[in-house]
Design a protein around this ligand. Structure first.
Ligand code: ATP
Ligand code: MG
Length: 159
């Protein structure tokens, strides 16, 4: 069965509500009008979203902000983005950020936990769904990860 996109994003935020509250990080969810349901492997896409939101929380200071957005960028393509205003990623690391086990500067991530697999797994899942994923970041400003998912024709009829 199909997934309600707004509900999926709200549920990600719910899963992290304790950490968000502790760190006083705001989360803002914006779903473009007209974006409703999508056929997807919910467990897998939840895994992608959890990875991206957990990164956004880990690498954002207290009282930061995270935006989760969904919009249609083409007739049959949905775009979902996770944006933070955290520490960002140095330019020299951007090309390797989706590599397995790659982590920026061990010193800053030493106490953060994790293995450096999150983004590579996210990319595999998104690719397997026929989408693509990319990341843009400005050191000291924040990071935005964007991925796409194809919208199938049967869903169009429901919109
Ligand atoms: P894991 O996801 O396995 O728990 P991880 O978060 O370190 O570990 P990835 O999610 O693959 O691994 O991210 C790789 C590296 O990219 C991180 O170690 C971090 O240095 C950097 N990174 C990822 N997301 C962000 C972000 N939102 N802001 C700043 N740096 C980030
Ligand atoms: Mg991660």
């Amino acid at each position: 069965s199909s997934t309600l996109v707004s509900e999926m994003l709200e549920e990600v935020a719910d899963r992290f509500s304790f950490q968000l509250q502790q760190r006083k990080i705001q989360i803002l969810i914006q779903v473009e009008p007209g974006v409703t349901r999508l056929l997807l492997d919910r467990d897998k896409i939840d895994q992608v979203l959890d990875n991206l939101v957990s990164n956004a929380i880990k690498y954002t200071g207290d009282e930061g902000a995270i935006r989760l957005e969904a919009r249609k960028i083409e007739k049959d393509v949905l775009e979902i983005s996770v944006q933070d205003n955290g520490i960002g990623i140095p330019k020299k690391d951007l090309s390797r950020i989706f590599d397995r086990f790659y982590r920026v500067d061990k010193a800053r991530s030493r106490n953060m936990g994790g293995t450096g697999l999150g983004l590579s797994i996210a990319r595999e899942i998104v690719k397997a769904h026929g989408g693509s994923i990319s990341l843009e970041s400005e050191l000291g400003q924040g990071t935005r990860v964007v991925f796409t998912l194809p919208i199938q024709q049967e869903e169009e009829d429901e919109l």
